[in-house]
Write a protein that binds this ligand. Structure first.
Ligand SMILES: Cc1ncc(COP(=O)(O)O)c(C=O)c1O
Length: 401
């Protein structure tokens, strides 16, 4: 059936303020069921984990349900879902843990397409271990990350390949399955950043060949929670720094301090919300997620065509990237204006967009715009509609028509 966009939008209280929320790539709004799940968790009484009394049991149940929900979303095993405050924090933790047995002369591969959160933790961990960092390069102007280059980047010393499932500024979706297959054949692990990719279509971490798959709930209608999903057997031998009395089990061993239980309830509710985006989707939650996220993808791509073509038709607009396979994210500049000035003008027209490198630090450098304020990013998610796109196009046309 697809998305009933008015019904979807009606679930998002924030959209009632009349702004076009095209800033979803930096964080999405929350639908009422997610807001209710968070406040409902607080209202019903929560305790710290592992106690003998019911409020503690509720927190434990919320945590277990959240692991199951995230596993359903990405196609993983709930026993391998590590939960934490955000992707960056978890990636630093995993990088420090994995690097413990890296030796001088070992190698790691990062890519210039990635958000810095999937670059710097590996570069810094490699630096401490004396490991060599190799860089996968982006092909311009399309903004592709050719998989073939990994044949020469990989060696018998490669320990890890970190790569994004989608660029958060150009939207490029590299051929992750091909890259991880090459990594595996060379005996290296793969760490896939799914933060930008997850909200834009069905996710199958196993089909991507990701040993580790990272995602952040606030990019898909949930609260500020991050997760890294891996096979429990892969996590079992790893020894992250941890407190002596904290659980030594997997995945709890990787989770520091007390969790934000109400936000974990909101995260599970966000997965349920995504599963219901296509009201005709049936079957298990995983099956409904696959159908609903495919419907969300189709909806976004239809609108994206209008957005991209509309901007491309404006003389003074420069669009960056044109990858074959990409999310509904545009990155552009208007001649003679700073990205901040364009974003400010759009804000006056009630359009929310981001300006800047958006932490795609290396990529902004490759594009040659990092020192000039980079560019403007507008991203579509499942709750955007044609009126959002038309408003952006009309507002940009005032500057660049
Ligand atoms: C592609 C990508 N990776 C990583 C991150 C960092 O995620 P977090 O804010 O959960 O640390 C972001 C955030 O914008 C992102 O877009």
């Amino acid at each position: 059936m697809g998305l009933d966009i008015s019904a979807v939008r009606a679930m998002y209280p924030a959209l009632a303020d009349g702004y076009a929320y095209l800033d979803g790539a930096a964080g999405t709004q929350l639908p009422a069921p997610v807001i209710d799940a968070i406040s409902g968790a607080h209202r019903s009484g929560l305790g710290n984990a592992g106690g003998a009394f019911p409020a503690s049991g509720r927190s434990d149940a919320i945590t277990a349900e959240c692991r199951q929900a995230v596993a359903d979303l990405v196609g993983g095993d709930p026993a391998g879902v590590i939960l934490g405050p955000n992707m960056t924090t978890l990636t630093y933790r995993l990088a420090a843990t994995l690097a413990r047995d890296w030796r001088p002369g070992d190698e790691v591969i990062v890519s210039r397409l990635d958000h810095d959160a999937n670059i710097r933790p590996w570069v810094q961990a490699a630096g401490r271990a004396g490991a060599v960092v190799r860089w996968a390069e982006v092909d311009l102007p399309a903004g592709e990350l050719p998989a073939g280059q990994y044949d020469t980047l990989l060696s018998g010393r490669t320990r890890l390949v970190a790569v994004t499932a989608a660029s958060n500024i150009l939207g490029t979706r590299p051929d992750v399955a091909a890259i991880t297959a090459k990594a595996r054949a060379a005996g290296a692990l793969s760490y896939v950043d799914g933060v930008h990719a997850t909200p834009h279509g069905p996710t199958d971490a196993a089909a991507l060949g990701a040993d580790f798959y990272a995602t952040s709930a606030y990019k898909w209608s949930g609260p500020h929670i991050g997760a890294v999903v891996a096979a429990p057997a892969l996590l079992e031998p790893l020894r992250p720094d941890k407190l002596d009395p904290s659980p030594g089990t997997v995945p709890e061993r990787f989770e520091w301090g007390t969790a934000s239980f109400a936000d974990l309830a909101g995260t599970a509710a966000a997965v349920d919300h995504l599963a219901g985006l296509d009201a005709a989707a049936a079957g298990t939650r995983r099956q409904r997620l696959l159908a609903s996220m495919a419907a969300a993808h189709d909806h976004e791509q239809r609108l994206f065509g209008v957005l991209r073509d509309g901007l491309a038709a404006m003389d003074k607009v420069t669009l960056y990237g044109d990858a074959r396979n990409r999310t509904a994210t545009v990155y552009f500049n208007v001649a003679g204006l700073t990205p901040r000035a364009v974003a400010g003008h759009l804000a006056e027209r009630k359009v929310n967009v981001w300006n800047g490198h958006n932490y795609a630090w290396e990529l902004a450098g490759v594009l040659g715009i990092r020192d000039t304020g980079s560019a403007v990013r507008a991203g579509l998610v499942h709750y955007n509609d044609r009126s959002d796109v038309d408003r952006l196009l009309a507002a940009v046309a005032e500057l660049a028509g």
